[in-house]
Design a protein around this ligand. Structure first.
Ligand SMILES: [Zn+2]
Length: 689
């Protein structure tokens, strides 16, 4: 009996034991299924039921000039954000939004489908910088269409408009390619990102860290309360080496000079150019202008597609930063390179005399000096000052193309300078027989050496490189890496990163070489080709050294250049000006540099350049006999009678404020250049504000 009871108990026990095991097995299987197999789905659903994340965008860092002037900042704007899954489930909501935001429904769904499934459950901005009307309609419709909201957020603002646009760059919505590359860094669809200029180069510093807010929502997606909020960290600020005052003057001087050229000379196509101001003691950039420009504000918020298309199709390429991305034949601004080559290689010296009769034959090819009647006898310093082609032709025969190319490279041509700015600078070209053999033709003609010596032919330089070469001449051989950001700071002023002058390379030129070249450049301004442009400028107090250049471009008017530095005895500023289709260097470019020196040295009263003295060399021509006469009729610089009128010319003329200020008002009427040297009083202007 007892045994029977025990056996029965044992059976029951076994039965329950097996039952318990089975129940646990089923529960475990279910748990595994829920946790592992459907985990992501359930997690997403649970968020859908309880919390939704909204990003709080961090403002981008501000950009300041060297004196703390605000250059780029932020303003507040509104974006429409949606929870993609809510919209994908609700065709009515999708249609409403597509209609309101003027974005095709297929485009919206296409964008949503590219998101990861967890991202589709969060708010994603679909349109930035929407109008108050759109905000109102979204807020009204929010009750009907949960998952659609308006977020207030900071947007980029460029209060200076087109000023320094190529330097600051612009932002834009992140594209698929960028998103794929930067996903790990927390970027998501609809984010704004630096696209060019400093905005792109310093994106990681400027961007900041977004905060977020988790909202409790009910089963239909209506917001109930804020569950959690994490604040944003604003982007870091950039302090530049740029001098806003000088930048504004450079923008103004160039744009006004372009207008003046078009209205008062035959250079009616003068619409583009650059101005670059740098400190030869450090490589710091003080002003950088590329013309034509664009307004970076057009990329913020609702972009006017028509305006944008117009800019992209503009043959003058307003988005190109010509300072770093355009290769120019430098014309005579290159002549110091050839002179340095000849002096360093010992093939000439300060006492050698040259004879210029106005033309010469190089192995049967006629080669002309810009001064038809010839310069007569001159030495090397005078050769530079008067930009005599014959002097350079003779030197080039001695130095050879390889010699010229060698010193061109030593001075920085043909390779990048190292400036950190997107898009990156181009390297340009220094061509020699080897280059030509490899790329087009095994033959190198003697006339090509002559062309190279005067900055024509197989030579392409960026304005940045040309300024760099003049910095090297000015500072005695140091290549500084050009830089424009001096400091990166947090909002509360803590320094995150500091930049300082960096010598990337040093070349050792003989003191006698530097002395001669510098004297030639100084005389080019005081008595040579740039004399007219600096007429009335106090060179005794602020000596300027520089070189004009005129490059002949096939099918276009001549390109004008002026490369310079001052004070000549202790250089602290290098100014480079290039004007496409602006004619000669002294007419098209030097007057702009002069205005900048006046601004920099704080010269209140401006004497205008003397137009009739704005004479320069004509570019080298391969077949001069057939060519039309050079655009400007050359006047012997030394013999013009205008000099005697100097005292009369000093009379200041008051300007009415707000009036347009051409560089030289006195010759605004249709006086052909160089033909009426007498009787015009150069106008002195009060500084135009
Ligand atoms: Zn000559």
């Amino acid at each position: 009996m007892k045994e029977q009871v025990l056996r029965s108990l044992e059976r029951r026990f076994k039965f329950f034991f097996i039952l318990i095991i089975l129940v646990f097995a089923v529960l475990l299987a279910r748990l595994w299924y829920l946790q592992i197999v459907h985990g992501e789905k359930h997690y997403a659903e649970s968020l859908g039921n309880f919390g939704r994340q909204i990003r709080i965008a961090a403002p981008r860092g501000n950009i300041y000039d060297r004196h703390g002037e605000l250059l780029v900042s932020n303003r507040f704007s509104h974006a429409v954000s949606v929870v993609p899954n809510d919209l994908l489930k609700n065709p009515e909501a999708l249609a409403f939004l597509s209609n309101l935001l003027e974005i095709p429904a297929e485009e919206l769904t296409g964008r949503f489908e590219k998101l990861r499934s967890s991202e589709r459950e969060q708010y994603v901005p679909v349109k930035h910088d929407v109008s108050p009307e759109v905000i109102g309609r979204v807020l009204e419709a929010r009750l009907d269409f949960p998952g659609v909201t308006v977020e207030k957020y900071p947007v980029r603002s460029y209060p200076l408009g087109e000023v320094a646009a190529h330097l600051f760059g612009h932002i834009g919505e992140i594209n698929q390619e960028e998103l794929a590359k930067m996903r790990g860094l927390g970027y998501r669809l609809g984010d704004l990102i630096g696209k060019m200029g400093l905005e792109k180069t310093y994106e990681t510093y400027l961007r900041g860290t977004d905060g977020f807010r988790i909202l409790q929502v009910d089963s239909v997606g209506q917001h109930l309360q804020v569950l959690e909020e994490i604040g944003f960290a604003p982007g870091q600020n950039l302090r530049l080496t740029l001098d806003l005052e000088l930048q504004l003057e450079a923008e103004k001087a160039l744009s006004e000079h372009l207008v003046w050229l078009r209205e008062n000379t035959e250079y009616t196509s003068a619409r583009s150019g650059v101005v670059l101001a740098m400190d030869p003691r450090s490589g710091a950039i003080l002003a950088m202008v590329s013309y034509p420009r664009f307004d970076p504000n057009i990329f913020v918020g609702v972009t006017d597609q028509e305006v944008l298309a117009g800019l992209f199709q503009d043959p003058l390429r307003p988005f190109t930063n010509r300072v770093t991305r355009e290769g120019y034949m430098p014309g005579s601004t290159f002549k110091p390179v050839t002179v340095i080559a000849a002096l360093e290689e010992g093939v000439t010296g300060p006492n050698q005399n040259f004879i210029c009769t106005g033309m010469d034959r190089v192995h049967g090819t006629l080669f002309k000096c810009w001064k038809q009647e010839g310069h007569g006898v001159l030495n090397l310093v005078e050769g530079l000052a008067y930009s005599c082609n014959m002097v350079l032709a003779e030197l080039s025969r001695e130095v050879g193309p390889e010699g010229i190319a060698k010193y061109a490279r030593l001075l920085g041509f043909g390779s990048s300078t190292g400036l950190e700015l997107h898009p990156l600078e181009i390297g340009g070209l220094v061509g020699d027989p080897d280059y030509k053999r490899k790329t087009r033709d095994p033959r190198w003609y003697p006339i090509e050496t002559v062309h190279l010596s005067v900055g024509q032919g197989f030579i392409q330089v960026t304005p940045l490189q040309l300024a760099q070469a003049f910095m090297v001449i000015a500072n005695g051989g140091k290549h500084y890496r050009p830089w424009v950001v001096q400091r990166i700071e947090t909002v509360d002023g803590r320094v995150v990163k500091e930049f300082s002058p960096e010598v990337t390379r040093e070349i050792h030129l003989k003191p006698s070489t530097l002395e001669l070249v510098r004297e030639g450049l100084e005389k080019a301004v005081s008595m040579g080709t740039a004399r007219g442009a600096f007429w009335g400028f106090p060179l005794d107090r602020f000596p300027v050294a520089g070189k004009t250049g005129t490059a002949q471009i096939h099918g276009k008017e001549d390109f004008a250049f002026f490369a310079s530095y001052a004070p000549a005895d202790q250089p602290e500023l290098v100014i480079l000006v290039a004007v496409e289709e602006g004619g000669s260097g002294s007419l098209g470019a030097a007057p702009v540099a002069r205005r900048l020196y006046e601004a920099y040295f704080g010269l209140k009263r401006r004497a205008a350049p003397k137009r009739e003295l704005l004479t320069d060399e004509a570019p080298v021509e391969k077949a001069p006999e057939e060519k039309k006469a050079p655009v400007e009729k050359k006047v012997p610089v030394e013999k013009t009678p205008v000099e005697k009128k100097a005292p009369v010319d000093e009379a200041p003329v008051e300007k009415t404020p707000g009036e347009e200020v051409p560089v030289n008002e006195s010759s605004a009427e249709e006086t052909p250049v160089n033909e009426s040297p007498v009787g015009e009083a150069p106008v002195e202007e009060t500084p135009a504000e």
